[in-house]
Design a protein around this ligand. Structure first.
Ligand SMILES: Nc1nc2c(ncn2[C@@H]2O[C@H](COP(=O)(O)OP(=O)(O)OP(=O)(O)O)[C@@H](O)[C@H]2O)c(=O)[nH]1
Ligand SMILES: [Mg+2]
Length: 391
């Protein structure tokens, strides 16, 4: 599956840059391409210059809102980010159009950090515009949720997340949610944390995107996961995870192969990788809330047994009890088993409702402070409608 990735704001741009790095790796190491293009859109010229893998011309690094922001970002005011995207989105559409002519994508993926200004504000507006211009292709968003310290110390962050999520959900075919806090390592500098987090955010997509692009018959699984399966799976709130386990290389391969005890442990390792994928989903959630699920097993061809596939399906079904499950295999590699899991169409999420109620509270308190509330007449309930849309 080929994506056209559009990073919005600093966070979105860096994650898009990581997709571009992976694409280069896929081409060099696997002879397949997983992106049709990667673009970055920002109001901040320095952020655009700091990227590495996205091509450097103005068609790929698109500066918007130069007049309104002076090229220095929108300082976390996401309404301003949305307004600029509304006014200048046609430049992004033009770049996308050119790129689609050179190399068409199966789907679009827009990326942003929800707590910032530019990306948080622009992502829903741009998604909406891309969808209108390309109604035949799915448009997905990948939204990064803030670290806990940001939620605790930056009052505005929660409001930005609430408005960004509400708006993006309305216009995207699916919203991938990633919780930055899940990947944090204490004692590491923020910069190296972010770089490492970005590799972990993009990592789970790698095999999934490569699998359907393989041309070599030896790399094509008996149940190939292609763009069609992925598109059928994705809808609404979505999370993704990846797990792996190394498989032992027997010193005497034939003896190893014939030994049933080895097979038993390989199946256990596969299940271990699946459990790890579920435990490391990009946002903590309850798998029973998913209506759709997909897993991909990537493993050396000799490890792909029917037993393993059956056991993996049963393991996923035992937790994602309400989900329609799709699956596939990707014969690749020599010494490890990888499992990628997607849970989609999540009907419930404590974390998302929590953001909405906190955003409502923020608006309520702000109104009260400004004397815009008639005492006793407007409660939290009424305020729910008040979470503004950035569209
Ligand atoms: N995972 C990850 N999160 C990031 C990265 N950079 C920023 N963030 C997070 O994104 C949020 C801030 O959004 P930014 O992307 O910096 O903001 P922006 O869209 O550039 O908007 P302005 O700077 O206000 O114009 C915070 O929650 C950060 O923790 C990154 O490279 N990786
Ligand atoms: Mg910025």
């Amino acid at each position: 599956m080929k994506l056209l990735v559009i990073g919005c704001g600093q966070c979105g741009g860096r994650v898009a840059d990581e997709f571009a790095r992976r694409d280069r790796r896929a081409r060099e190491q696997r002879g397949v391409s997983i992106l049709s293009e990667a673009l970055a859109v920002n109001t901040d010229i320095a952020d655009l210059s700091g990227l590495t893998f996205i091509k450097t011309d103005q068609q790929h690094r698109i500066l918007i809102g130069g007049r309104k922001s002076g090229g220095h970002g929108v300082g976390k005011i996401n309404e301003l980010g949305a307004e600029i995207a509304r006014e200048e989105g046609d430049r992004v559409l033009e770049s996308i159009g050119n790129s689609q002519q050179r190399s068409p994508a199966d789907a679009f993926l827009l990326v942003a950090g929800a707590a910032g200004g530019t990306g948080s504000g622009a992502i829903a507006e741009l998604t909406h515009q891309v969808k209108e211009r390309h109604p035949d292709k799915p448009v997905y968003t990948l939204i990064l949720l803030p670290f806990r310290y940001e939620e605790l110390t930056e009052e505005r962050a929660i409001y930005n997340v609430g408005t960004c999520l509400k708006s993006a959900y309305l216009v995207s075919d699916a919203v991938f949610l990633v919780d930055n806090q899940r990947y944090i390592t204490d004692g590491e500098s923020i910069k190296s944390n972010l770089t490492r987090i970005n590799t972990r955010v993009v990592g789970p997509f790698y095999n999934l995107l490569c699998a359907g692009e393989e041309k070599d018959p030896r790399r094509i699984g008996s149940r190939l996961v292609d763009a069609g399966d992925i598109i059928q799976t994705l809808s609404g709130w979505t999370v993704i995870g990846h797990g792996q386990a190394s498989v032992s290389r027997a010193r005497f391969p034939m003896a190893g192969k014939l030994d049933f005890r080895n097979k038993l442990t390989e199946t256990e390792k596969g299940i271990h990788a699946m459990n790890q994928a579920i435990a490391s989903l990009s946002l903590k959630c309850r798998p029973e809330d998913a209506r759709k699920a997909l897993y991909l097993l990537t493993a050396p061809p000799e490890e792909m047994s029917m037993t393993l596939i059956t056991d993996l399906s049963m393991t996923l079904k035992s937790v994602a009890t309400e989900a329609l499950i799709r699956s596939g295999d990707y014969p690749r590699g020599r010494d490890s088993i990888h499992v990628t899991v997607i849970l989609s169409e999540l009907t419930n999420s404590g974390r998302i409702s929590d953001y909405f109620s906190k955003a409502i509270r923020y608006i309520y308190l702000k109104k009260r402070r400004l004397g815009e509330l008639k005492e006793g007449r407007e409660g939290l309930e009424e305020a729910l409608r008040d979470i503004p849309l950035l569209l």
